[in-house]
Design a protein around this ligand. Structure first.
Ligand code: NI
Length: 227
């Protein structure tokens, strides 16, 4: 399931990220790709341990922690440090690939399963042509190009690509999440139940039925979560 997270970053955060990224020095994106992905990857990335990357990682992780919709959709257990990419000029596309199932935390070496991928759009869509994130979904291809500060969550199992950027520069952040609930199907049921419960409680207050259903939500989470 694809889930759009509107305004994951505030306009002030986006402006700060844009300033940092415009002044940063970039390296070839193939350094962090596996062999199959490297063959189709033509973009640039911020060096993972650079001061610029670290500052922006903190900003994005703080935004993720305070965003209720992100939490409900991802049920994060571990989040890898966000990375940053740039598509433009000759290095402007990333062909169809699947992300590696396991990645290692750059600081701790801990193995993290990539249940979910997240892309945070950092450039205004009017600043570049092309650059759609195209994700193979059960409903077919989904083309995603969002406002600066918006994010998309999609299953780590999906084949995806980034279309060539033919004008301007596309900046984005991307990172992976190991979820408390490994199954995309179970996570989706919990997300839909949480959304419906939020609407129900907003409309009717804390009715006995709402209390019972919140209990059911937590009992399902207890059943399915791996901590
Ligand atoms: Ni990818």
């Amino acid at each position: 399931m694809l889930i759009q997270i509107p305004a994951l970053l505030s306009p002030a955060d986006v402006a700060r990220a844009r300033d940092v990224l415009a002044a940063a020095s970039w390296t070839d994106g193939r350094v962090t790709a596996g062999p199959q992905a490297a063959a189709v990857k033509r973009n640039q990335q911020l060096p993972v341990g650079s001061d610029e990357a670290r500052a922006l990682q903190r900003m994005i992780l703080a935004a993720v922690e305070r965003h209720a919709l992100f939490f409900s959709a991802a049920l994060p257990k571990r989040v890898l440090p966000p990375m940053f990419n740039r598509y433009g000029g000759e290095l402007n596309t990333y062909g169809a690939h699947v992300d590696q199932a396991i990645r290692y935390h750059p600081d701790t070496g801990q193995a993290i399963r990539t249940d979910l991928s997240c892309t945070v759009f950092l450039a205004d869509p009017t600043d570049y042509d092309g650059g759609e994130l195209v994700i193979d979904d059960t409903f077919g291809e989904r083309r995603v190009k969002l406002a600066a500060g918006d994010a998309v969550l999609y299953p780590g199992t999906s084949v995806h690509r980034v279309e060539p950027v033919t004008r301007g520069v596309r900046y984005a952040s991307f990172f992976w999440i190991e979820s408390l609930v490994r199954s995309d199907e179970q996570r989706r049921l919990l997300f839909e139940m949480d959304l419906a419960l939020t609407r129900l409680r907003t409309r009717d207050g804390e009715s006995a039925e709402a209390v019972a259903l919140v209990g059911t939500y937590h009992n399902l989470l207890r059943l399915w979560a791996q901590t």
